[in-house]
Ligand binder design. Structure first.
Ligand code: SF4
Ligand code: SF4
Length: 214
C-alpha cells in the first residue's frame, strides 16, 4: 500500500467511523445506563453473569489490538498512550483483562481510529432493540459486528491496515455509508417513548451487562 493510498484509507476510515458513532448515539442513553449498572454490580461484589458486564470495563481492546492501533495512533501523536493514561478511569482490575485504558469519565478517550471492533460491534442490548423494533432479525444472544447484521462491504479492516486483500474504492465506502444511513433512518423513526421502553426492557433482559463504550 503506498503512503498516499494509506492516508486516503485512514481518511475514509475516520469518516466511516464518525458515521458509525452517530449510529450508536441513536441508542442513547442506553450506554450510560449500562455503565451505571455495571459499576453498581461491581461495587456490590456481584459476580453473576459477569461475562455480560460492560465491554469497556471488562475488555482491553487497546492491548488486544496494540500493534495496529499503535501504528495508526502514532501518526496523530507520538505521546498518544501517555496522554490517554492521564485521563483514564482508574479502576480495580475487572474480569476479562479490563478496564480498557482508553475508558475515560465521559466514554472512550480515543476520538479517531479506535480498534475496528470497537467501532463495529453491536452489543446484545442494541441487537435486542433492533430486533424488537422490527429493524433486523438476528441472534441477540451474542454481540455481532455490523457487517454480520446488515449488508455492508467488509472494508474497515482493510482501511485500517489489518487486512490487505483488495483495493478499496470510493464506491465501496459510499456503499457502506448508504447501508448505514438506511439503518440510522430506521432507528431514528422509533418514537422516543418506544425507544425508552425498549432500552429499559433490554437492561432487564441483560441486567448485568453495561458500559460506556460508544
Ligand atoms: S471503545 Fe474505547 S474505551 Fe471502549 S474498548 Fe474500545 S478503545 Fe477501549
Ligand atoms: S454493552 Fe457497551 S455498547 Fe452495549 S449498551 Fe452497554 S455500553 Fe453500550
Amino acid at each position: 500500500m503506498s503512503k498516499q493510498l494509506s492516508s486516503q484509507y485512514i481518511k475514509w476510515f475516520i469518516e466511516t467511523e464518525n458515521e458509525l458513532s452517530k449510529f450508536f448515539k441513536l441508542f442513547s442513553p442506553l450506554c450510560s445506563e449500562c455503565f451505571l449498572h455495571t459499576n453498581s454490580q461491581s461495587e456490590n461484589g456481584e459476580r453473576k453473569n459477569r461475562q455480560f458486564w460492560c465491554c469497556c470495563l471488562i475488555d482491553n481492546q487497546i492491548h488486544d489490538h496494540w500493534e495496529s492501533l499503535n501504528t495508526i495512533q502514532k501518526r496523530f501523536s507520538i505521546q498518544w498512550y501517555k496522554k490517554l493514561n492521564k485521563d483514564t478511569v482508574k479502576k480495580k482490575r475487572m474480569p476479562g483483562n479490563g478496564p480498557c485504558p482508553a475508558l475515560g469519565k465521559s466514554g472512550c478517550l480515543i476520538k479517531k481510529c479506535r480498534p475496528v471492533t470497537c467501532s463495529t460491534q453491536v452489543c446484545e442490548k442494541m441487537l435486542y432493540i433492533l430486533n424488537k423494533a422490527g429493524i433486523i432479525k438476528c441472534d441477540v444472544n451474542r454481540p455481532q459486528q455490523i457487517e454480520e447484521i446488515v449488508d455492508v462491504p467488509d472494508i474497515l479492516h482493510i482501511l485500517y491496515g489489518t487486512k490487505n486483500r483488495k483495493v478499496i474504492t470510493e464506491q465501496d465506502v459510499f456503499k457502506y455509508r448508504n447501508v448505514l444511513n438506511q439503518l440510522k433512518a430506521k432507528l431514528s423513526e422509533i418514537p422516543k417513548k418506544t425507544l425508552t421502553s425498549l432500552i429499559k426492557e433490554s437492561l432487564g433482559v441483560y441486567p448485568e451487562k453495561g458500559g460506556c463504550k460508544k
